[in-house]
Design a protein around this ligand. Sequence first.
Ligand code: URA
Length: 294
Amino acid sequence: MTAAPSDDLARPRRLDKWLADGGAGSHAEIAALLASGRVAVGGVVEHRGSRLVIPAEAGVTIDGAVVEARRPQVYALLHKPAGYLTTLADPKGRRTVAALLPPEWRVGVVGRLDRPTTGALLVTDDGDLNNLLTSPDSHVWKRYRLTVVGELEPGDPRLQQLRDGVVFQGTRSRPARCGVVEGASLPGRDGTRLGVLWLEISEGRFRQVRKMATQVGFKVVRLHREAIGPLPLGDLAEGAWRMLTDAEVEALYAVAGGREAPATRAWAALLAQWEAGALEAVDAGCFARCVKHG
Ligand code: URA
């Protein structure tokens, strides 16, 4: 795979990115590690994810265990079964998707699926790609299949409501695409008919599909994610995972804004200035200004 400028190991990196690339977990998990004082740089506890880490000084640790500077290595697609939480560790001891993955992987989950939801879930130790795909500015289409109570007709007015966007929690969802999966109608347990529809959305608000469907009057009995951007789940068996090809990783980067997305570009420019001696220090404020103003 071509090395992106942002994964050049010789360059300084933000501490949170170092941890993400080292497989310390998702954005939220890393924030929690930092907040709880479990992360140190050179033996000194560090709470700021924005702190610049220079490979030569290194010595990044979590609970005293060294987190090496690494290039992302794992990009995998998992077929999540129902009944698993989309996290790698649960304080209440419930089943998580970690049970389905090799224990040596130090990865983060990209986005989330509710416990009963099945389907396509990405896991990776590439913090850049994870951030790009899950950022609120990301508009990558995700395709879902919903099984709902009652027969469905292609002209069902509720479908048009979904396409137009649905207001929930005070905000209208972005326009969606949807349609009836013809010939997929099923008998339900008590003899009622069940209909099936497909829905594509380009956002990832909490429980968004269920909320949109409920809001327009559908009763969802099953939710399954069929594809994330250009990546269909295909015939991967439930509970199984497979590694992505280089072409699939590049396709995901492309739909998420590209390896040269504004934040990545701004950061690379900043580091180039720092390396040339034009900047004495690079901090979070500097980075934020750079992203905002280019
Ligand atoms: N939207 C939902 O409501 N649930 C999911 O699991 C995914 C998207």
